[in-house]
Design a protein around this ligand. Structure first.
Ligand SMILES: [Zn+2]
Ligand SMILES: [Zn+2]
Length: 248
């Protein structure tokens, strides 16, 4: 079993099929906005392939020089796996929140703008990540990684799958009202506000997994305060695709 799941081709293939089945079918049943599939699907599948084949590998290569592993006390290595996993996710997510805020500052915006390019939100639309964006977003996960140095073989694959699920989840195009979940998790309703093209939404909802950071640091915009049907997405920047994908 581990032989097949550690093969990147088989693992990514199975993961993509699972995402299509779960998120694709859920959106088919509870879709909020119509999607012009012909004009978005080819570009989004190409962006996903580009991410797996180029972006993830290039970022991993750059992270060999640009990364710091946290100096965690050896005592933490004796904690049970579940406790180390929770600490890893909280620490890495806290870092991801601040990296996300950083790339929305004017000098770094070019690193992140490809992610905000899509004018339609649905589960596959959030797949765009430039090489430099991915390199920066990997940093907090690498910093927290010593917490999981001693763990079963499936943890690395499981965490990669969790990131893919989280990313698909937050970009979903569904009409669910998830008021209670918005309080601690990033939801499709809160993240679509982050993608809004209205200036008053530019500095809101930077969370990746947990929404508590937005609440703590004053960047949370509740979906209850926003008319979802009036939201429009995308950016006005006109930049060649090569620069968007690198993040320059
Ligand atoms: Zn953003
Ligand atoms: Zn997004």
């Amino acid at each position: 079993m581990s032989r097949y799941l550690t093969n990147p081709l088989i693992f990514n293939g199975l993961l993509f099929v699972a995402l299509v089945l779960v998120f694709g079918l859920a959106e088919r049943r509870w879709r909020a906005r119509p999607i012009p599939w012909r004009s978005v699907l080819v570009a989004d599948i190409a962006a996903t392939l580009f991410y797996v084949v180029i972006v993830a590998q290039a970022a991993q290569f750059l992270n060999r020089w640009i990364a710091v592993r946290g100096p965690w006390p050896a005592l933490l290595g004796e904690w049970p796996l579940w406790a180390r996993l929770v600490l890893y996710l909280v620490v890495a997510d806290f870092g991801a929140y601040w990296i996300h805020r950083l790339v929305h500052l004017r000098p770094f915006w070019r690193v992140h703008r490809w992610h905000h390019l899509p004018t339609r939100m649905y589960w596959l639309a959030g797949t765009r990540s430039s090489i430099l964006q991915q390199t920066l977003f990997n940093l907090p996960y690498i910093f927290a990684s010593p917490l999981l140095d001693v763990s079963p073989w499936w943890i690395a694959s499981g965490l990669f799958a969790l990131m893919a699920v989280t990313n698909s989840w937050m970009h979903m195009n569904v009409r669910w009202q998830l008021g209670w979940l918005d309080w601690f998790l990033v939801t499709p309703r809160s993240h679509e506000i982050h993608h809004s093209d209205r200036p008053e939404h530019y500095q809101s909802n930077f969370g990746v997994l947990l929404s508590v950071w937005d609440r703590l640091f004053g960047t949370f915009c509740s979906p209850r305060q926003v008319d979802a049907s009036a939201l429009r997405f995308g950016i006005s920047d006109k930049v060649p695709l090569a620069r968007l994908t690198i993040g320059l």
